[in-house]
Design a protein around this ligand. Structure first.
Ligand code: ACO
Length: 361
């Protein structure tokens, strides 16, 4: 079969899989994860609850929220016990790179689902690397805490407030899955070869790190810092766009309207009531950026995406910037593991074609 040149390059509009896990409607600005709209989800359930639903739907075998809570607690403890081995190859590299190296050291653990080993280990690794960067020793997990509360405790060395734990839980739940995004697609490509979940999710994390995907929140804060004051919003954004730069935290391949996750996270920031970021200033930056993008690309709707408010929320929770992408991975790993299982069950290798534009013999 010869692929026609009008095939969309970048796979826009191409369905790579059928999935029971999540649905993104870019025209309506709607995200459904395992049967619920994302805005309802954070009111109804937390990270362990949505993880149970994703794992059940992905594997076809039901698992309860209580079992997920127990497996994740045990997995955090096991990962902490293996930290010296997991961190062995992370010496002298950044938190984002070290996270990749440590993930590659994960392996099956007796009595735990591979899904739980992975999702449970990730906050342990992220926290240990973030603390190592400031020359602090790792902090042991508390297996009875929620995944979100324990993540904050391991990062900071002290138990977070209930409101802080709730805010991180809302974040992890909101980003737990999102259709066929680049990292999830990567997980599915690897799983489609019948490679295991450890291979699939390590590859997925690599895809997450780029600024066009999960690497955007740190640059969002850098942008807010660089703009600095209200008077500089307009000239800064105008000249960045005139130089052809992309504004981090704006635009999306699928959404033609505002990313629904942006408002969920904005709500979580407001409920947290933190004063780390001047929310009035951030709102002015957002409003001007949206207007400037509309003017620049009238044909292509570009609006706020999840990363703009991710940056503000994670900063308000005093999570170090270098750990933003790994913490995104903590949340998204629920979806990666479920998608990898769902893909393996299809037995179908993902293998797209290409259009040859090189010289002919
Ligand atoms: N700032 C300025 N211009 C933009 C932006 C942006 N954030 N996003 C898209 N555009 C412009 C492009 O330059 C292009 O303009 P042109 O036609 O004049 O060349 C036009 O809009 C269309 O862009 P595409 O490349 O077709 O958009 P695509 O769907 O490939 O990009 C992406 C989506 C990668 C998210 C893009 O909007 C972007 O780079 N945003 C900034 C980075 C970011 O926020 N990443 C996080 C995404 S959310 C997530 O993955 C969790």
């Amino acid at each position: 079969m010869t692929i026609q040149s009008k095939t969309p390059i970048g796979l826009d509009g191409v369905a790579a899989a059928e999935t029971a896990l999540s649905h993104v409607d870019g025209e309506k600005g709607e995200l459904i994860i395992a049967g619920d709209r994302v805005d309802d989800l954070v009111l109804k359930t937390g990270f362990e609850g949505i993880t149970a639903r994703l794992w059940s739907a992905g594997s076809g075998v039901s698992i309860s929220e209580a079992e997920v809570r127990s497996q994740l607690g045990q997995a955090r403890e096991r990962a902490f016990a293996r930290l010296p081995a997991l961190l062995a190859a992370t010496e002298g590299i950044s938190v984002v790179d070290g996270f990749r190296a440590a993930m590659a050291g994960l392996r099956e653990e007796p009595g735990l689902k591979p899904e739980a080993v992975i999702v449970g280990a990730l906050p342990v690794i992220a926290a240990a690397l973030a603390r190592k960067a400031i020359k602090e020793a790792p902090v042991a997990p508390s297996p009875t805490f929620s995944h979100a509360a324990d993540t904050l405790k391991m990062l900071r060395g002290a138990k977070p407030s209930a409101d802080e734990a709730k805010a991180l839980d809302a974040y992890l739940t909101t980003v737990s899955d999102h259709g066929m995004n680049a990292s999830t697609f990567t997980a599915r490509v690897v799983a489609s070869t019948q490679a295991d979940l450890f291979m699939s999710t390590t590859a997925a994390y690599c895809a997450l790190t780029g600024p066009l995907h999960g690497g955007a929140p740190e640059p969002v804060l850098e942008m807010l810092d660089a703009i600095g004051t209200r008077e500089r919003i307009q000239p800064w954004i105008d000249s960045a766009l005139a130089r052809g730069e992309r504004l981090m935290g704006f635009g999306h391949r699928i959404y033609r309207v505002r990313d629904p996750r942006a408002d969920v996270l904005k709500g979580a920031i407001e409920r947290l009531g933190s004063n780390t970021t001047d929310l009035g200033f951030a709102a002015e930056v957002e409003a001007y950026a949206r207007a400037a993008l509309r003017k620049k690309n009238p044909e292509r709707a570009l609006d706020t995406n999840v990363e703009f408010f991710t940056a503000i929320l994670l900063d308000a929770l005093k999570i170090p910037r270098q750990a933003f992408t790994p913490i995104f991975g903590v949340g998204r790993s629920a979806g990666w593991t479920a998608h990898a299982r769902e893909q393996q069950r299809t037995g179908r290798l993902l293998r797209p074609g290409s259009i040859y534009v090189g010289p002919m013999p």
